[in-house]
Design a protein around this ligand. Structure first.
Ligand code: FNR
Length: 401
């Protein structure tokens, strides 16, 4: 039987992924002054033992004020390399791959981790709990919402410093041995804030109505990180393909059309995978949710890239929670319709599939069902390469030697 695309390898520069599953980055509010802890070793290590081709470490701040909460991961100083390296070394010891997401939370920084929240989401972390509400960065001095601190409109020197901080954090990630880096330009954090005309009302070369100006910081960051990492290492970028604000008085907002334009620029800038998420830039966003709501946008961007002969790969994320959904999103040349027989999904050849992405990123389903990849493989009748430890001699024999 034909192997479903979901379980065929894919190459991004020199990195070959054994299948199309990526563990999506997930903040866990468990770092100690930006240093990863035992929690992260076990949490991320466990994913690496469960068949996904790549695990991406949670949003990791490139400057201290870029953390979403005081307990976020960071790579702004050298002491943060060793705890990351410990995790990377463990994952590599099992023959698996690991990347890291580099981020700056912009005006959404300095909030409380979920278990401290009493009033609602995104509660402000004040100085009493290690927060920095008076030192938030954004393109323009526009608060997230009423009752939230007003960020500082970044100076040009600060913007240039930010670009340098991304490159420096990338160098630290390399020292820790990561296989790839993802730049977080989604979910309303600093780089999204620059992309959107609603949050970026600058009048200089970094903003305003001009698409070129609003995309400049992201492209500068991509250029700086690309230059800091080896030629053979793939670079990933996550964007919000829409901020879902078209309903709001007809003011120009970041939407799929602008994301398509950006995708072409990112492909030319040496980005290897565009990870297509959405939303998070405005508390009044109105998301049209259905299971494929983000995957469909990924598919539209992918189609454009193919038409323009760009070989940047596309990742789909969001609500991917069944084997069939994961399969159908990446399947090339197979029928969309599945037929379940004796608990197995039969994949037939032929066309009729609308391939939406080259890979899937999954977050919550891996929390609900850590065996999601292994179970999907079993359903589709294919094998995945498990952790090295499972292939070694039984532990008793090793002890006797
Ligand atoms: C997330 N998400 C997220 N996204 C991101 O780009 N960086 C991050 O650090 C986090 N942190 C995070 C923590 C937790 C606990 C969850 C559940 C989610 C978003 C996540 O990567 C993913 O895009 C969404 O959850 C949608 O995918 P699922 O969960 O439907 O598979």
């Amino acid at each position: 039987a034909e192997v479903p695309t979901l379980f065929t390898p894919i190459k991004l520069r020199d990195m070959t992924l054994q299948n199309r599953f990526i563990v999506s980055p997930m903040c866990t509010y468990s770092a100690d002054d930006g240093h990863l802890t035992d929690w992260h070793l076990v949490h991320l290590g466990a994913f690496a033992l469960r068949g996904a081709a790549l695990t991406i470490v949670e949003a990791t701040a490139v400057t201290p004020n870029g953390r979403i909460s005081p307990e976020d991961s960071g790579l702004w100083q050298d002491s943060q390399i060793a705890p990351l390296k410990r995790i990377v070394d463990f994952v590599h010891s099992q023959g698996q791959k690991i990347g890291i997401q580099l981020a700056h939370a912009g005006r959404k920084a300095s909030t409380l981790g979920p278990w401290h929240v009493t009033k609602g989401r995104h509660e402000v972390a004040g100085p009493d709990v290690g927060g920095w509400p008076d030192n938030l960065w954004a393109p323009s001095a526009i608060a997230w919402d009423e009752g939230y601190p007003t960020p500082h409109a970044m100076t040009v020197a600060q913007i240039q410093g930010l670009v340098q901080s991304f490159a420096d954090a990338a160098r630290r990630a390399l020292q820790a041995g990561v296989d790839t880096i993802e730049i977080h330009a989604a979910h309303g954090y600093l780089l999204t804030e620059f992309l959107s005309p609603l949050t970026n009302q600058r009048t200089d070369a970094y903003g305003g109505s001009s698409f070129e100006n609003r995309t400049r910081v992201l492209l500068d960051v991509v250029g700086a990180v690309r230059a800091a990492i080896p030629q053979g290492m793939p670079l990933l970028v996550r964007i919000s393909a829409s901020e879902w604000m078209a309903h709001d008085g007809g003011r120009p907002s970041w939407d799929l059309a602008e994301s398509k334009r950006l995708a072409l620029l990112l492909a030319d800038a040496g980005v290897d995978l565009l990870d297509v998420s959405s939303g998070g830039n405005n508390p009044r966003q109105r998301i049209e949710v259905h299971p494929y709501y983000q995957a469909d946008m990924a598919g539209e961007i992918r189609e454009l890239l193919r038409r323009e002969s760009k070989d940047m790969k596309i990742g789909a994320v969001g609500m991917i929670s069944t084997a069939e959904m994961a399969r159908s999103i990446v399947q090339e040349g197979g029928k969309l319709a599945s037929c379940e027989q004796d608990g197995k999904i039969e994949v037939e050849s032929g066309d009729g599939t609308k391939t939406r992405a080259d890979l899937v990123l999954v977050a919550r389903q891996f929390l609900r069902e850590p065996e999601f990849v292994l179970k999907t493989a079993a359903l589709l009748g294919v094998q995945v390469s498990g952790p090295v430890q499972y292939h070694r001699a039984p532990i008793t024999k090793r002890r006797l030697r």
